[in-house]
Design a protein around this ligand. Structure first.
Ligand code: UGA
Length: 441
């Protein structure tokens, strides 16, 4: 099937690559000529396991192409995905200007029936706005071409995006058109093999499903972070509590890991956007607002442990920091807890020596060169001359470090762990003073 994807970001690129892999004929459009040129040379703009070989092999086989030529792309695809960004507005609501600009471009160039699919995470009601924009633009050009607008939210996780897209748990289709449903069933049939994963519903429910899924997961995390604070208040160990509740299959073990807060491009933005659109509609989403507030405070947790350990006197201290990305297996630093920590440490006069397996370039890009930040080539090098160690991200490479070496390199035997990676007893045996989240330490 001939498919066009607008927006070569995380969602668009992964979606395009897996569709090409199963044999669809895909054209990707982006406004960024440099990105397009680099992709054609095999430079993938994001770090995502398995994505580079998938994109390059499909590009070389002629199943996926990259261009800035929107007209050509629109002529090409019978199905057109909109996968452009929806950055938060100043008040936290999703900004639809890119989505609507693509709708306008599609209507400007379309000469035959198109199925326009919204993949971007967009507020409930956006499909109606896309429809209206298509209708308005078609009318402007006096064209009587027909179209269907479908909401087909994406549920991929960064770091596991290729696998999530190849083997989706569910494929949500929000549509009121039988023609569109039939076409999309065909498009997705290679991903819908063992059992039927397609869930068809009305458009607004599909739009809300995307937010509800992310907000539910964010709620689980903030709930656990609140419990970890209570564990501290009451002298309990949240890790025991986590195992105790996770064993109930109705609760489950997933997404109940306490830590130094959730980050990334989705949870913070989506919780905020749903809360704002609820409030715009006159409804106060109290749970969502609390989820956001708890997370905001949780991101300050590590700094508050550190600051109270040193009675607020951090001037001149050097901090070894392991983990900069918002989670392992990505170089994404958006809303990462490490940023809140670093910025607080700098404000307090401390220096940071940081290491991350993938996010060094991104950190450099965000913060540039500064005297109080050294980006080190290995986790061991980050320890050299540092006073104490902080861990912000649970990369596999940090899970079994040489504790003797840590103690030897640091000037103080002191470790702050934002992801509860180690057993407090073991840390004591190594003679390390250990702070973790909600472990009553
Ligand atoms: C999230 C959702 O998990 C995907 O299903 C969704 O499709 C995606 O957003 C999206 O909307 O595009 P992602 O942002 O890639 O995916 O990252 P997650 O793996 O969900 O992690 C988010 C944050 O939660 C990370 O900072 C992680 O450290 C934190 N987290 C996760 C916890 O603090 N505790 C947990 O138990 C789990």
């Amino acid at each position: 099937m001939k498919v066009t994807v607008f927006g070569i970001g995380y969602v668009g690129l992964v979606q395009a690559a897996v569709m090409a892999e199963v044999g669809h004929d895909v054209v990707c459009i982006d406004v960024d000529q440099n990105k397009v040129d680099r992709l054609k040379e095999g430079h993938i703009p994001i770090y995502e396991p398995g994505l580079t070989p998938l994109v390059t092999s499909n590009y070389e086989a002629g199943r996926v192409d990259f261009t800035t030529d929107a007209k050509m792309g629109i002529e090409h695809g019978e199905v057109i995905f909109i996968a452009v960004g929806t950055p938060p507005d100043e008040d936290g609501s999703a900004d639809l200007k890119y989505v609507l600009a693509v709708a306008e471009t599609i209507a400007t160039h379309m000469e035959s029936h198109k199925i326009v699919i919204n993949k971007s995470t967009v507020p409930v009601g956006t499909a109606d706005k896309v429809s209206a924009k298509l209708a308005e633009t078609l009318a402007k050009f006096n064209k009587s071409v027909t179209y269907d607008v479908v909401s087909n939210p994406e549920f991929l996780k960064e770091g596991a995006a290729v696998n999530d897209c190849m083997r989706p748990d569910r494929i949500v289709l929000g549509t009121d058109s039988e023609t569109a449903e039939k076409k999309l069933r065909e498009l997705y049939s290679p991903f819908n093999r063992n059992h039927d994963k397609i869930i068809v519903m009305d458009i607004r429910s599909a739009e809300l499903t995307k937010y509800a899924a992310n907000c539910m997961l964010a709620t689980k995390i903030s709930f656990m972070n609140e419990m970890s604070n209570l564990a501290e208040v009451f002298g309990a160990d949240i890790e025991n509590v986590r195992r105790g509740i996770g064993s109930d299959p109705r609760i489950g073990y997933q997404f109940i890991y306490p830590g130094c807060g959730y980050g990334g491009s989705c949870f913070p933005k989506d919780v905020q956007a749903l809360a704002r659109s609820a409030s715009d509609a006159g409804y106060t989403a109290q749970i969502l607002e609390s989820v956001e507030l708890v997370n905001y405070k949780q991101k300050e947790k590590l700094f508050s442990y550190i600051s109270s350990h040193f009675s607020g006197d951090l001037a001149g201290k050097t901090v070894a920091l392991w983990g900069l990305s918002f989670k392992p297996n990505t170089d994404d630093m958006r809303e990462s807890s490490s940023r809140v920590l670093m910025e607080a440490l700098w404000k307090a006069g401390a220096k940071v020596k940081a290491f991350d397996p993938e996010a060094m370039e991104e950190t450099q890009r965000i913060y540039g060169s500064r005297d109080d930040l050294s980006l080190m080539g290995t986790k061991e090098a980050a320890l050299e001359g540092a006073d104490f160690l902080v861990i912000c991200t649970e990369w596999q490479a940090f899970r079994a470090p040489d504790f003797e070496l840590i103690k030897e390199k640091l000037t103080l035997p002191l470790l702050f762990d934002g992801r509860n990676l180690f057993e407090p007893k073991l840390m004591m045996e190594y003679g390390l003073q250990y702070y973790a989240i909600g472990r009553g330490l």
